[in-house]
Write a protein that binds this ligand. Structure first.
Ligand SMILES: [Mg+2]
Length: 217
């Protein structure tokens, strides 16, 4: 068995980690870049993937700084997203994993680049909102990463070294650096992609494996 990480809180990313929403989000994200910026599907896919994990607003602005067409792309993306995000399924082991973590006495949080009310509504419709201590979503000035980890630390009095973040994107790992431990979920990215960035901790293929890497403090 691997060495277990003692923790009081596990923070799950939402899109691509708990919810199988990345194929949908990537398809509309790429489509909007092609439609409004006029780039090829190949280039749009590459731009999307290299910035995935960030709010779409930032993905577009980082890819095309100061482009006046960005706002229209962002607005239509958010419109298309809210129309169909609730149809996107959770991964088959998401609920069981969250329940097992709670059984260990570890609090469960969500930290996401999706807006907080959207995620709350998503879980409410599935009757599982009560499983989470708090849902932290994106708003300008309050992002996945430093803002969310600082909030969990201060509001719930949890030491940074007792927080584990579980995410599927390279940006998730980068944003956990200097704050908390990280468990990578290998779906969009391979283990070697996370290793290349310096991630030395666990890489799992299925969310259910997370419980074998953590223990109660
Ligand atoms: Mg994600």
């Amino acid at each position: 068995m691997p060495d277990k990480i003692p923790c009081s809180a596990i923070v799950f990313d939402f899109d691509g980690t708990l919810a199988d929403s990345m194929p949908f989000l990537e398809s509309i994200g790429v489509e909007m870049m092609m439609k409004y910026i006029g780039i090829s599907e190949e280039e749009a896919t590459s731009r999307y993937r290299s910035t995935t994990g960030l709010p779409y607003e930032q993905q577009v602005k980082m890819s095309f700084p100061d482009d006046s067409r960005n706002q229209a792309a962002i607005e239509e993306f958010e419109h298309l997203k809210i129309e169909r995000i609730f149809e996107q399924e959770l991964f088959p082991d998401s609920v069981a994993t969250v329940e097992r973590v709670r059984t260990k006495g570890i609090d469960v949080f969500v930290s996401s680049s999706t807006f907080q009310p959207t995620i709350e509504e998503y879980f409410r419709r599935r009757g599982i909102l009560h499983l989470f201590k708090a849902i932290l979503g994106y708003r300008p000035g309050f992002e996945k990463g430093a803002d969310h980890f600082n909030h969990i630390h201060k509001t719930y009095d949890i030491p940074y070294d007792k927080i584990v973040f579980v995410g599927d994107s390279l940006k998730d790992f980068e944003r956990s650096r200097g704050f908390c431990r990280f468990i990578a979920v290998s779906r969009m990215f391979k283990a070697r992609d996370f290793r290349r960035l310096g991630h030395k901790g666990p890489v799992v293929r299925h969310l259910s494996e997370v419980t074998s890497y953590v223990s109660t403090v």
